[in-house]
Design a protein. Structure first.
Length: 98
């Protein structure tokens, strides 16, 4: 399957971007990418870091709509900022020890 075939196949399975995120709907990682307009690597990083909670079904992640809504809510921004500042402090400390 060529990359163009894959894109055509995915375009038929992606949610309509004019619809709002349904809290009880279940989304795949590809659908999540399309909804949030982020890359595959970003979705994987958000899952790995625990910013998006998901369940694995048959080797693939399934994400509830309420998790996507939580992700785009203002409350999470504070948590991400705190995480970033902690990481930055560690990096600056390691550089200063050099």
């Amino acid at each position: 399957m060529t990359p163009i075939d894959t894109l055509l196949l995915l375009s038929n399975t992606l949610p309509d971007m004019n619809q709002e995120i349904q809290p009880n709907a279940v989304y795949t990682t590809v659908e999540t990418q399309a909804i949030l307009k982020i890359s595959e690597s970003t979705v994987k990083r958000l899952l790995r870091k625990g910013f998006i909670k998901a369940n694995k079904v048959g080797g693939q992640y399934r994400i509830l709509g309420k998790e996507l809504l939580r992700l785009v809510s203002p409350g999470l921004e504070k948590e991400v900022t705190k995480s970033y500042l902690k990481l930055k402090k560690g990096v600056v400390g390691a550089i200063n020890k050099w």
